[in-house]
Write a new protein. Sequence first.
Length: 213
Amino acid sequence: MVPPLALSVAEQVYQDVQDWINEPVVGPRIGGEIIFPQTPDKLRWIAQAPWYFVPFVGWVISKVPTRGFALEIGLARGGTHYMLTQLFEHTISVELDVTLVGRYAITNSMDRDTIICGSSTDEATVAVLRELLDGIELDFLLIDGDHHYPAAESDLMNYYPLVRPGGVCALDDYRSHGSIRKLVHAARRGLIEGIEIPEPTLFGQIVCWQKPE
């Protein structure tokens, strides 16, 4: 299912994320430094397990050879966001929790990424993202924010139209949250206006597909 070369690249990218998680966390500031000792709950983390996440990343690499803009809904502790910065020209995450945003922003260089601090379901957040993209279409979308059905449906309806034909869309926690399964099944049956999902692929918790051309 996943070409060996793409899988090899994905394995290296996942290892890079692990190295990033385990490195000393120091935030530069004028006149001094802010130092974050790594505590047991980890300032940096990636929730997705390698047994399914590495094949998923390899699949994305094989399906999207030219990787421009990626969007993640839900920053959490930054592991997936950081991984996307290694693959895409520019990565954008939307996160409501200002503490999570602040921690990431002051401990990473953010040369190729942007974080929008706000609710993904708010019209103002969508407007900021559209202004930031300025007509550029997304190559990749990962929805991993509020898992309640109304919020997840809103995220899909707000951001899926921004994905280019042939781009990849993915939702996390498909197996562990019935609301995500219900959302995908509803879209597959044509019950969500403007959302067309072809036969999806499942990697552990992640359900994904390419947007029809």
